[in-house]
Design a protein around this ligand. Structure first.
Ligand SMILES: Nc1ncnc2c1ncn2[C@@H]1O[C@H](COP(=O)(O)OP(=O)(O)OP(=O)(O)O)[C@@H](O)[C@H]1O
Ligand SMILES: [Mg+2]
Length: 257
């Protein structure tokens, strides 16, 4: 990797996002400090992926603004100096290309550097993520956990200012999930890139989150640390972290029972 860049601060200010008059995010404000891991939690459908899309600039708020180091995100994006590492679901790899060619695509398309330099960078990142030797393999030959790590490798190769992860541990067994959590923590400690993760994963929030916001009714009332989150007396938070399974009175629609 090249020279280490200084980490950026993200400020979300009074952001509202509305779809067909329904506000998914409502007057939401929070700050992600430079170099930290910020976790967006919340039940399914509360707007985590919508918020990540806004942070990536792939979609715009209906009102309000997102700032990167005090400059509006849309302005920063236009400057072309702001690089975003998006690590979405594993499916984002091209199945007809080898792992090496998948990873080299970003450099080749932009003609950023020579083949020898591309090779050096790819080898370096694969080593960092414990994936050495898989360059010639095809995506179909990798497990779900390995694909997620390759997606992370691709994000890192772009030398991003911000890393965004949408549900990095979903669909994985607990052991593989914990290795992904370790990797995100490791990469953050070593490279200090400002990182935002959307996740339901309580283990992830507990172990690598510096700050945690829980989306409810389109907003985050409190920004927690892992300690304050797990000590919270808020009924919604307590139920979200430790839900009851009620077999006697399940919440089925009446036509099913
Ligand atoms: N492009 C869109 N058009 C209309 N509604 C949308 C659009 N994108 C998202 N929504 C709505 O916004 C709400 C939040 O969706 P989102 O995908 O952000 O939830 P989530 O918190 O990521 O859920 P999950 O944990 O299941 O991934 C949902 O009600 C969804 O239907
Ligand atoms: Mg989602």
């Amino acid at each position: 990797m090249g020279e280490k860049k200084s980490a950026v601060r993200i400020c979300v200010k009074q952001v509202t996002k509305t779809f067909a008059k329904k506000a998914v995010l409502q007057n939401l404000s929070f700050t992600v400090q430079p170099g930290e891991i910020f976790i967006i939690m919340g039940p399914s459908g509360t707007g985590k992926s919508v918020l990540l899309k806004l942070l990536s600039g792939l979609d715009q708020p209906t009102s309000g603004e997102i700032y990167i180091n005090d400059l509006p995100l849309k302005q920063v994006k236009k400057s072309n100096r702001y690089v975003l590492g998006l690590v979405f679901q594993a499916g984002a790899l091209f199945n007809s290309l080898s792992i090496f060619d998948n990873l080299a695509l970003y450099f080749r398309e932009r003609q950023i550097c020579k083949e020898a330099e591309i090779e050096k960078r790819i080898t370096h990142v694969l080593n960092l993520l414990g994936l050495q030797g898989i360059e010639k393999q095809m995506p179909s030959s990798l497990s779900g956990g390995m694909k997620k790590r390759v997606a992370l490798a691709r994000g890192l190769l772009m030398e991003p200012d911000v890393l965004l992860f949408d549900e990095p541990t979903s669909e994985l067994d607990l052991l593989t999930a914990s290795s992904i959590i370790e990797l995100i923590g490791y990469v953050n400690r070593h490279l200090g890139i400002t990182t935002v993760v959307s996740s339901h994963d309580i283990l992830l929030a507990k172990t690598i989150g510096h700050h945690i916001g829980v989306l409810q009714n389109g907003t985050m009332d409190t920004i927690y640390t892992p300690e304050t989150l797990f000590q919270s007396n808020n009924a919604f938070i307590k139920n979200f972290l430790n839900p009851r399974v009620n077999l006697e009175h399940p919440q089925f629609p009446s036509f099913l029972v």
